[in-house]
Write a new protein. Structure first.
Length: 350
């Protein structure tokens, strides 16, 4: 904060709140804030019904609670006064609800408001060993769940039934919760990168793409695999091998000091040379940790140098509209001499 001349960091319920204080909850309409000044102690403003919980679970000692019949704005005003926020540079949690930012702007109109990601992203994008071990576990649970589901005869099952099965297996093995809504896209639906599982029944010859992950102590996994129900057509086989090789090329490019855009380029150039450049309609990857999508983004134009301890997905895909699509995704940790995958489900065509 001092390096960036930020006087006050204001965090709302979010992954940042969990990262900094070991506590968070879903964002809601009640004022719930962690205020961290550059000097002095942090202050937690919490709804009274959370006071004991925050006290037991968070690292923060100063907890000010407000009751449902109190005016939380008054409490916020007195806290900001105590922290001497008047002409300060104030960093705001990127996902804070607009209503709370407007409240802050009303109380301290002369402050300069900036995004908290200025401070938080450089911290969060480098994972420490305790974070990595949780992500490894989350990846392992996803692998095991997929292993179980890929034994099923998919024919006749609906996308939703398969998605529910995958989720159940991840949770049964110890995931805290799923990391995001599980995607199962079959047949022509697999040509839609973010198709949600629906009621379509799997038929012989369908391509089926799965995109799934769970959380362990808040840390996410995120895996995509594509299988064929029955015998693949030559076209399915060809497209699959192009994606498989593009994913491997991008993975091989990972190492400390490499620009993020270079990893994207490896996958994209391979797919383009194979004639499918226009069908690869998204970035190659995204950082992952407490959030499923966070920095660093593996995308053209991002000249950020990858560092040891970063974790991100590599997930090229080819989508042929009204026909089928293929995506293969792994989470990769940057080590001192390259990349290490945190999930290892079979990547060969099944
Ligand atoms: Co992903």
């Amino acid at each position: 904060m001092r390096n960036k001349e930020i006087d006050l960091l204001v965090v709302s319920p979010s992954s940042n709140m969990y990262y900094l204080s070991n506590f968070t909850d879903e964002p809601g309409e009640r004022l719930f804030m962690l205020l961290i000044p550059d000097k002095g102690d942090p202050e937690y403003l919490v709804p009274e019904l959370y006071a004991d919980q925050v006290n037991q679970q968070s690292h923060v000692e100063n907890i000010r609670a407000w009751g449902d019949s109190d005016n939380p704005q008054r409490l916020l005003r007195s806290t900001l006064k105590k922290l001497e926020a008047r002409n300060s540079k104030v960093a705001i949690d990127n996902t804070m609800w607009a209503s709370f930012l407007l409240m802050l702007q009303g109380i301290i109109p002369n402050c300069n408001f900036v995004r908290a990601s200025n401070i938080m992203s450089p911290l969060r994008r480098i994972k420490e060993s305790n974070e990595i071990s949780k992500m490894l576990e989350a990846g392992k649970l996803a692998d095991e769940a997929f292993g179980e589901v890929s034994e099923l005869s998919l024919k006749g099952m609906t996308e939703l039934e398969i998605a529910n099965q995958l989720e159940k297996e991840m949770l049964r093995r110890g995931g805290d919760q799923i990391a995001f809504e599980t995607l199962v896209a079959s047949g022509p639906n697999s040509a839609l990168p973010h198709h949600r599982a629906g009621k379509r029944e799997i038929r012989e010859g369908d391509t089926v793409t799965f995109d799934f992950g769970c959380k362990v102590d808040g840390y996410c996994s995120d895996t995509s695999r594509t299988v064929i129900c029955g015998k693949p057509s030559p076209k399915q086989e060809e497209v699959y091998q192009v994606v498989r090789e593009a994913q491997e090329k991008a993975f091989q490019a990972v190492g400390p000091g490499v620009e993020a855009l270079k990893i994207d380029r490896e996958a994209r150039e391979y797919i383009t040379k194979a004639g499918y450049g226009e069908n690869f309609v998204h970035r190659t990857g995204h950082g992952i940790g407490l959030d499923v999508h966070e920095e660093p983004y593996i995308v053209g134009g991002n000249s950020l140098h990858i560092e040891e301890g970063m974790t991100f997905s590599i997930e090229p895909g080819i989508y042929l509209q009204e026909d089928f699509g293929v995506r293969i995704e792994d989470i990769v940790l940057v080590n001192k001499d390259g990349g290490k995958r945190l999930n290892n489900s079979n990547r060969e065509l099944q």
